[in-house]
Write a protein that binds this ligand. Sequence first.
Ligand SMILES: [Zn+2]
Ligand SMILES: [Zn+2]
Length: 474
Amino acid sequence: MPSNMSVTFLGTSSGGGPTESRNCSSLVCDMASDSLWMVDCAEGTTRQFALQPHSLQPRLSIQKVNKIFITHMHADHLMGVVPFLRNLLFPPPTGETTVYYTKRTVDLYGPPGLRLFVRQNMKMTITRTSDTYRVHELLNTGDVLTPCNSVPKDDMAQMDASQPNVMHYSELAGSDIHPDEDGLWRNITAHQGQSSGVVADAGPILHRDPCFGYVFTETQYPTRKIVVLGDTYDPSAIIPLCSNPSPSLLVHEATDSHVSEHADPSGKLSRRTPVEVQQKALARGHSVPEMAGDFAKKIGAKMLILNHISPRFPATRHPKDFARQNIINDIEKNANEAWGFGKRCKAAYDYLRVKIPVQFEDQTQDGTATDMQAAQPTTTSLSGAPVDVSGAHASAGNSSGHQHPQRGRGRGSHWRGGSSRDIEMLDTPRYRGGYSGSRGQWRGRGRGRVATEDARGMSDSDNTRGGGKRQRTF
Ligand SMILES: [Zn+2]
Ligand SMILES: [Zn+2]
């Protein structure tokens, strides 16, 4: 019997974050085994584990993370790696105490430069651990190598940042991995799960700087496949890894989006035309939801989750947050229309968990997706009453597609029937604060916990926050 496989989003903001409602990029794939694979590790990721809502069951354990995949070297995807390793790796014994436990090694995969970044930061923060780590770099011809020179264990050079080629105290030599002739990195690592092996491949995707998408595929039935893309404005080079079988789940960035006047009557967001929005996104190496929908269509993905969302579009944190939810609905609608494959796209938010079904109702024998409308998705509202979550049904009677947030959000959502054949999404809103409609602000339970993301997130200027001007980087 195949085991559960799921993806949990720990951070869903673009580089303009973190914000009050989203941390920056990180997600965790439960590969149907005792191991978790993490993709990207933004600043604050360790704390996102600690802040998991109790409704998220089973909870993610940091100690089960044994592989970390970094998509690219931008700060909003990387700056949590060293704090995370400090938390994950067991510290060395002190004094006379003898602790018996099985030593472990954590593997990291990513672009050239990742090895040096981790090594030097581990040295400069004077980090020592009993457990070990190693960094494997995905290299192209001409990339600068970071050697893995070793010195005796008690040599101070292991903690000396002025010797970049000498490995850190806790480091093991990693691999320099080169692509196949077609420019794709196949089988960079594998793991035997409870019912199937899982292999990881990587492909280059176009962004401002070198960037990867990762593809995780089961080697035996039910051969589920998860495709997680880093920041991109054109991921087409990874397409050969996205077939046989087609992906069960595609995670694609949608940093910016056009918003309709219906969703944003103020005009702060809606006054930007679709062309303007797309041109701006492309100029920064990013995508809009329509591009994500197009790509999902191209590779026959069975589920699409939009990720890496601008602070302009804060996540809803309350069932009555119509203003935010209508905008999110618009973003999902833009992707769904381009996808043309039902209304199965969802914009990610922190702690969204997507379970990957063993087999899709609408899957033909060769794995080609056919009609996604076959499944009848439902969710459970906060009041406990089952309500429809699919765009097709939730927008019934509302031709604009804008809906009451409770129809699309709730705790413990699941597809009707709840069998392992359907995708399951667990809505796990973390906050339970009140909403001050008159001021457009969320109010937390405790004193002083008033967030004002509406004010800054709804800003029409990409560079405005707190009244000042600054260059936003993604
Ligand atoms: Zn980036
Ligand atoms: Zn980014």
